[in-house]
Design a protein. Structure first.
Length: 240
């Protein structure tokens, strides 16, 4: 009962009920639109449906490309400094290591990393990857420049496995199609896209943590839209 009633008195839910009261009292269309927008954006059931849709559209967890063992792993960098790697890079390295561990022992191993500061990435990866070729280079300031640089090095016939974060996976898949690569995407799953536990009170409340989901989705889609429309002027790369 506590878990059912406690969320009802959270400030953001009190605002929801205040808006509902104002809609009933003043009967203004604008208030009803505001209430509907606020409810749909924050409602956990609705947000979980969006999470499920995104997972189906963007997150590919298969460990191979069309049943083939990957010929090459490409780990997209996510910043850092010359001294240390950020948490997102550590998570991607962990994901890469877990996928490499699934490969047959006799399988050749090749890894490419795209980042400005290679030393800390290589130091972290070489602790677990003791065989195979590892290449690291600065491919540019954004994902679009990275793919343009990678396209000059990658063989489209090879089975390639990209490693990135789940909230970048949709954009990475679009670029894979554009460059006609035989590739799949291995993702680091974040809390943002994991379904939120939802009980009966989810239909009567809003959850502000869902705003993080929508902000990341909007950033992902807006970034790709700018790339397609503006091209080189803003991203440094001309879209096909």
């Amino acid at each position: 009962m506590k878990d059912l009633l406690e969320p009802l008195i959270y400030p953001h839910n009190m605002l929801l009920y205040g808006l509902l009261f104002a809609c009933i009292a003043y009967r203004k269309k604008g208030l009803w639109c505001l209430l509907l927008f606020y409810y749909l954006i924050g409602n956990t059931f609705v947000a979980n449906q969006v999470r499920q849709w995104y997972q189906q559209q963007a997150v590919v967890s298969a460990s191979s490309v069309s049943g083939r063992t990957p010929d090459l792993f490409v780990m997209l960098g996510c910043g850092g400094s010359a001294e240390q790697i950020p948490a997102c890079a550590a998570a991607r390295i962990q994901q890469l290591n877990s996928e490499i561990a699934l490969l047959p022992q006799a399988a050749p191993l090749a890894v490419v990393i795209t980042t400005r500061y290679c030393e800390p990435y290589l130091a972290a990866l070489q602790q677990t990857v003791r065989h195979g070729a590892i290449d690291c280079f600065d491919a540019g300031e954004n994902t679009y420049q990275e793919f343009q640089a990678l396209a000059k090095r990658l063989n489209p016939q090879h089975a390639i496995r990209f490693i990135t974060s789940d909230f970048h996976s949709w954009r990475v898949r679009q670029l894979i199609k554009e460059y006609q690569l035989s590739a799949s995407v291995g993702v680091v799953r974040s809390q943002t896209f994991r379904p939120v536990n939802c009980t009966l009170n989810c239909l009567l409340t809003v959850n502000l943590s869902n705003l993080d989901l929508y902000s990341k989705l909007m950033a992902e889609f807006a970034s790709y839209a700018v790339y397609r429309v503006a091209g080189k002027e803003l991203t440094g790369v001309v879209s096909d």
